[in-house]
Design a protein around this ligand. Structure first.
Ligand code: UDP
Ligand code: MG
Length: 350
């Protein structure tokens, strides 16, 4: 996600030696999850780099490719890849659900002991996988890749990201790590927790931070996009930020009682001043501006408040409807025994 430009804080880790408290399988399987949205031109180059990297790990592996309603030849190319190597599996969504939900769909189809989500545009180097596995074997449940360089971002995006992080850190109950995106390794138990989360507003950055677990960090260099364009316009980013904020903070809802109190306090003082003035100087008809200013100011404030309450209410409505998070048109390469792929639903027993 192109959302940050601030220094990297220390990633939280539990004290002690994590290897003592974990029990990794001797023949682990790794799942890689990749969402694809109109990535046709990148697919050949992606697998040409990814498959050798996976083969070199010496573990069993699968790649779960999610076609997020692409309008180009992405699906055909993915199915070709699946035919030539059945370890490459394909989930085809019924329409474009957006990256966060495509990722959720992919995660719920994984069966590996460790899972790595990555982008299709080769901005996430597959060569990092051995380092991921090494940390995982050492007992860390989450290994995040931390960008130490970021390319292809406009000043507007960078400033916006900085502002977003500042606001988010101050308003929400979790802290978002900087320069950390979706590129990470997660242990099966972390993925299971995420898969069980039924919420619709899936701000993955926040969800990843919220679930916790023992974490390690590995720095990496994020390259340019291999081909095509980024799918994140400024408006989409704005929407994502607002989603993230309202999904992890109720501050925008609560702040208005404070603002209301402050405004009433000022209004009360003003009333006193007018009263004293009237007592001293008699009735004074002019006062049109002050009236108008007060009415407009309070009216605006009330509309903003209503809008924010409406936004939260809309989310509650969406949650209550309990629609599935994503719809799968077809899945290729999965066996029924895998028992995977159900979108999380509210009320389902964990
Ligand atoms: N993506 C997706 N659905 C969308 C938008 C993007 O599955 O609606 C995928 C895209 O194909 C890519 C990943 O999400 O694999 C990251 O997208 P992009 O590279 O455009 O984002 P950026 O690297 O700029 O954060
Ligand atoms: Mg990208």
């Amino acid at each position: 996600m192109p959302l940050s430009d601030a220094p990297v804080p220390a990633t939280p880790t539990a004290g002690g030696d994590p290897a003592r408290r974990c029990n990794r399988p001797s023949h682990p399987r790794l799942s890689v999850v990749i969402p694809f949205y109109n990535e046709g031109p990148n697919i050949a180059a992606l697998f040409a780099r990814l498959v050798p990297a996976l083969d070199g790990l010496g573990v069993g592996w699968e790649v779960v490719c999610v076609n997020d309603g692409s309008r180009d030849d992405t699906l055909d190319r993915l199915l070709d890849a699946h035919e030539s190597d059945p370890r490459i599996k394909v989930v085809d969504l019924s329409r474009n659900f957006g990256k966060e939900l495509a990722l959720s769909a992919g995660l719920s189809h994984t069966t590996g002991d460790a899972v790595v989500p990555m982008d299709a545009d080769l901005q996430h180097p597959p060569e990092l996988l051995p380092a991921f596995l090494e940390k995982w074997r050492a007992g860390y449940d989450v290994v995040v890749a931390v960008r130490h360089a970021r390319v292809g971002q406009s000043l507007k995006h960078r400033l916006f990201a900085r502002m977003f992080y500042w606001v988010f850190d101050h308003l929400s109950e979790i802290k978002l790590p900087r320069e950390v995106g979706d590129f990470r390794l997660m242990d099966r138990k972390v993925v299971d927790v995420i898969n069980r989360m039924p919420e619709r507003t899936r701000f993955m950055k926040g969800i990843f931070a919220w679930v916790g677990f023992r974490q390690a960090a590995i720095p990496y260099h994020q390259g340019e996009r291999a081909g095509g364009d980024t799918k994140w316009g400024f408006l989409k980013l704005l929407r994502l930020s607002f989603d993230g904020l309202t999904a992890f903070s109720t501050f925008p809802l609560r702040v208005w009682s404070l603002v209301g109190m402050a405004v009433s306090g000022v209004a009360f003082v003003y009333i006193l001043i007018r009263l004293i003035r009237t007592l001293v100087h008699g009735i004074d008809v002019p006062g049109y501006e002050s009236l108008l200013v007060a009415v407009l100011f309070l009216g605006g404030l009330q509309l903003i408040t209503l809008g924010i309450i409406g936004d939260y209410l809309g989310r509650v409505f969406a949650e209550v409807k309990g629609r599935p998070l994503f719809i799968i048109r077809s899945a290729h390469g999965f066996t029924p025994e895998d028992g995977v792929g159900e979108p999380p639903r509210r009320g389902r027993a964990p």
